[in-house]
Design a protein around this ligand. Structure first.
Ligand SMILES: Cc1ncc(COP(=O)(O)O)c(C=O)c1O
Length: 418
């Protein structure tokens, strides 16, 4: 895994790049809300002999021979997921969160049917029906928005919109929404239209597993997620659903949208889910949320406007326009990257610039919390960000920020024993 010796022997060029990437991850801090650091055990599973095996089908019902061990692995992943999220049925085969959503749509709606989902610039995701995404091309899409004043979802307005639009599926769960999602209220909207409720918990999969965020399981008909964001189970997707949708979901994954499952990644999921079933993981998830709150407080004290005024989750979305009208999110992203803080520019509700050069920044704490950050360290890091936001081109500011990042990386090391 972190031993590149076999790669060095075959492909020194690629081995050198891998070494550089390991150094980059060690020497910078990720505040990308959807990123995290998987454990060496998860990465070992993902880089194992399992990459060699074809296993189309499901445990006990495969289209290929030699799947005895594969069945054991997939069953472990499924059983652990059921324990983590309390779902009636679990499919661990989606290659990613986006493909989990694709399979969910295929399972329960038809081309031309209507999706009601949050607008991308208000915190939604491409796979919720953006016009460039397959979902936007195959289905009719209507969007809801967050309340322009509060930054919160207006659930009463969502129910009214659902009654007016009469969607076939209502999508909840978001990429850049800092507040707790009230799944029951979204369910009211779905019920008002007699629609399916798809809850995409991609970002908060780990928070839900740890009980730090209310669970959509048992409320929504179908729940999808990614396995590499706030849970550290390696890159992939997952679908959880009520038993009545089990057959439709399974056949929408294969043969509907995928072929052979990535068993090496399913093994990574099994290991990551086992790690998440511990008290240590619950404490980790609580710390993620506390750290995000500490960062939010620092930004607010500095006069930076936060969408919804704060956070209940792992992420903070700042709108730079009121306090720094001439500074774009991209300016800040680039300046921070130059000092070793990796985060992303983001659109904000009521965006007046472009998606590529938007007015906001999004920071998330799953990664730094894995490195061991507490609230004091998170607040200090937010203070560094504030200084860079104030003077993104000032060399002395950038030099001081870079020094602080180096100190953080030394104090909170990554992959040091492997
Ligand atoms: C809400 C939401 N759904 C789906 C996805 C897609 O996940 P993946 O990158 O695993 O396809 C994301 C990614 O950030 C997301 O934020």
């Amino acid at each position: 895994m972190l031993d590149n010796t076999p790669i060095e022997a075959t492909d020194p060029e690629l081995a050198a790049v891998l070494d550089d990437e390991l150094a980059r991850q060690r020497d910078t801090l990720t505040l990308i809300a959807s990123e995290n650091y998987a454990s060496p055990a998860v990465m070992e599973a993902q880089g194992s002999v399992l990459t060699n095996k074809y296993a189309e089908g499901y445990p006990g019902k495969r289209y290929y021979a030699g799947c005895e061990q594969i069945d054991r692995i997939e069953t472990l992943a499924i059983d652990r997921a059921k324990e983590l999220w309390g779902a009636e049925h679990v499919n661990v085969q989606p290659h990613s969160g986006s493909q989990a959503n694709m399979a969910a749509y295929l399972a329960v709606i038809d081309p031309g049917d209507t999706i009601l989902s949050l607008d991308l610039t208000h915190g939604g995701h491409l796979s919720h029906g953006h016009h460039m995404n397959f979902a936007g091309q195959v289905y009719d899409v209507e969007h809801y928005e967050v309340d322009p004043d509060s930054g919160y979802i207006d659930y009463d307005a969502l129910v009214e919109q659902a009654e007016a639009v009469d969607p076939d599926i209502v999508v909840s769960g978001f990429s850049a929404y800092p507040r707790e999602v009230e799944w029951e209220r979204v369910q009211e909207a779905a019920d008002a239209a007699d629609a399916i409720h798809l809850a995409d918990m991609a970002h908060i999969t780990g928070l839900v597993a740890a009980g730090v965020h209310e669970s959509p399981v048992g409320v929504a008909d179908i729940v999808t997620g990614s396995t590499h964001k706030s849970i550290r189970a390696g890159r992939g997707g997952i679908i959880l659903c009520k038993e009545e949708y089990a057959d439709a979901i399974d056949s929408a994954v294969i043969p509907g949208t995928q072929g052979g499952p990535l068993i090496h990644n399913i093994a990574g999921k099994a290991v990551g889910f086992k790690e998440a079933l511990t008290d240590e993981f619950t404490a980790y998830a609580e710390q993620i949320v506390d750290n995000a709150a500490a960062m939010a407080e620092t930004f607010t004290d500095h006069g930076i406007d936060l969408v919804s005024g704060g956070t209940d989750t792992h992420l903070v979305l700042a709108d730079l326009r009121p306090s720094h009208p001439d500074t774009t999110g991209k300016d800040v992203e680039k300046a921070l990257e130059s000092v070793g803080i990796v985060m992303n520019a983001n659109t904000v509700p009521g965006e007046t610039r472009s998606a590529f050069n938007p007015s906001g920044i999004r920071v998330g704490t799953p990664g730094v919390t894995t490195r061991g950050f507490d609230t004091a360290a998170s607040a200090e890091l937010a203070g560094v960000i504030c200084e860079v936001v104030d003077a993104p081109e000032d060399e002395a500011t950038l030099a001081a920020a870079s020094e602080t990042v180096d100190e953080f990386c030394t104090e909170y090391p990554l992959y040091e024993d492997v």
